[in-house]
Design a protein around this ligand. Structure first.
Ligand code: NAD
Length: 487
């Protein structure tokens, strides 16, 4: 029998065998086969990574900005060459379909494209004639060591939201990926090695709470980027700010969709099938709650349910599969219980995904649709993170917007309509940071900030876009007198 694969940390360009005692098995969620074993990193291992990153920062921050950009071009090239390999690893460890994994890899690559244009992004502003003989100039500098903590649902895209821009701006990084999905990151480090990016610029410590706590407490960590659930995000934000760190927390979500009676229903169905059930609903931009105007609600429900019934469930590596498994047995059990709660709360269960998930190996749940959901139900209020869509019926756009605005979350929101005045009303009144018009909840491209509001985000500067440059740098503003009298 071959020995079980063990995952290592990656510190200072070396693969380090973890010394801890606790850990977990890494399982392919489609087959329940064990891929390997991940031993949680310890405080000491995290401290080692931080001290290496601190030492490396002295030199890396002095590497010219165009040269840092060129390293990212090299990474871009290697990612393009390895697209299929990377997508395969994502499906293997996360379960999403191969085509979704390819989409995720593409999103990661776009983040590297954004970071590679760092020269333009780092330029400061100056004012030649601020006062008589006075010039003012703004210079950007990196912060130091940045801690990045990421979730399981996008093993590639989310780490790529963070570390490329952190290092392009001149920082060094200690990354703690999700303890459930270490495969993609392991491959990523082998690619980073090939770019020539110096050892110690990007370090990975696998693990769980102990690693996170060290990143939140260690005075050498100058900024923390976190992506994950609201519960963990709140903890991270409070602890890191209490330790006087710069923090950005992209947290949980429960996204709202509004469909007006003038919308093209077939197009709305097409978009929302993907947005509700793609990645088995394990997306912070999943279309979880769909509010439909009464006049067209029955027709929408019929078309949507019929389309959902046709979705192919299975191992994401197989051709034609749309819906893969959820991440773990515990997630499946939690979702089964949530469906039961929805029934007990009085929602109409039109499509019960539990049936397709019974007696299967792999953590499968079919698409699930509830109709007549109300905002007093827990299935409306909570982030289910599941292939579950909750339909609610509304009389007007205003009612739909007010309903969505009563949610504690405000990540994405969508409107389906051909009425431009409705679009404007929606844009002005909805409490959400990322809007879609006639599109399933769209995650903004790398060049725009990932802009959650309310309990979907804690902090002020978001990931991606120009915010990322602001978050990972601080400024010096120099005011100088250059007087003609001194000539
Ligand atoms: P999670 O919060 O369980 O884990 C995220 C990270 O935090 C992991 O690295 C984990 O090890 C760590 N962590 C978890 N609990 C912790 C604790 N108590 N103390 C210290 N560290 C802890 O999230 P997940 O289940 O991996 O991912 C799903 C969640 O992520 C969903 O809520 C989803 O909405 C959210 N998410 C949000 C965004 C966004 O941009 N807003 C993007 C992707 C995912």
């Amino acid at each position: 029998m071959s020995a079980i694969k063990k995952f290592s940390h990656y510190i200072d360009g070396k693969w380090i065998t973890p010394k801890g005692y606790e850990g977990e098995l890494i399982v392919n969620p489609a087959t329940e086969e064990v891929i390997g074993e991940l031993v949680y990193g310890t405080k000491d291992e995290t401290r080692l990574a931080i001290s290496v990153a601190k030492e490396t920062f002295k030199k890396w921050s002095q590497v010219s900005i165009p040269k840092r950009g060129r390293y990212l071009f090299e990474l871009h090239h290697l990612l393009l060459e390895n697209k299929e390999v990377l997508a395969n690893l994502i499906t293997l460890e996360n379960g999403k379909s191969f085509s979704e994994s390819m989409g995720e890899v593409q999103r990661g690559i776009e983040n590297v494209e954004h970071a590679a244009s760092i020269v333009n992004l780092m330029m400061g502003d100056s004012l030649a004639n601020a006062a008589s003989d006075i010039e003012v100039t703004n210079y950007r500098y990196p912060l130091g060591v940045v801690g990045c903590i990421t979730p399981f649902n996008f093993p590639m895209m989310v780490p790529f939201w963070l570390f490329p821009m952190a290092i392009a701006t001149g920082n060094t990084v200690v990354l703690k990926p999700s303890e459930k999905t270490p495969l993609l990151i392991e491959k990523m480090m082998t690619l980073i090695e090939k770019t020539g990016i110096p050892n110690g610029v990007v370090n990975v410590v696998n693990g769980s709470h102990e690693v996170v706590n060290e990143l939140l407490e260690n005075p050498e960590i100058k900024a923390v980027s976190f992506v994950g659930s609201k519960k963990a995000g709140e903890y991270v934000y409070k602890k890191a700010t209490a330790n006087l760190k710069r923090v950005q927390v992209m947290a949980g979500a429960n996204n709202h969709v509004i469909i007006l009676k003038d919308a093209n229903l077939d197009k709305a169905v097409f978009e929302l099938i993907n947005a509700s059930f793609g990645s088995a609903g394990e997306r912070c931009m999943a279309a979880a709650v769909i509010a439909v105007e009464n006049d067209i609600a029955d027709l929408f429900v019929a078309k949507y349910t019929s389309a959902a019934k046709k979705l192919v469930l299975g191992n994401g590596l197989k051709e034609g599969v749309f819906l893969g498994p959820v991440i773990r047995k515990e997630a499946k059990e939690r979702i089964f219980a949530a469906i039961q709660t929805g029934v007990e709360e009085g929602a109409s269960l039109l499509l019960d995904g539990r049936k397709k998930g019974l007696n299967t190996s792999g953590y499968f749940i079919g698409p699930t649709i509830f109709d007549h959901v109300t905002s007093s139900m827990s299935i409306w209020e909570q982030e289910l993170f599941a292939p579950i869509a909750c339909i609610t019926r509304i009389n007007s756009l205003k009612e739909g917007v007010d309903l969505a605005n009563s949610s504690e979350f405000a990540n994405g929101a969508c409107l389906f309509t051909n009425n431009t005045s409705a679009v404007r009303y929606f844009r002005e009144k909805i409490d959400a940071g990322m809007l879609g018009i006639n599109l399933g909840v769209p995650a903004p491209l790398a060049w725009f900030a990932f802009s959650g509001w309310k309990n979907s985000f804690f902090g002020d500067l978001h990931a991606n876009g120009k915010d990322a440059v602001e978050f990972y740098t601080h400024r010096k503003v120099m005011t100088a007198r250059y007087a003609e009298d001194d000539l």
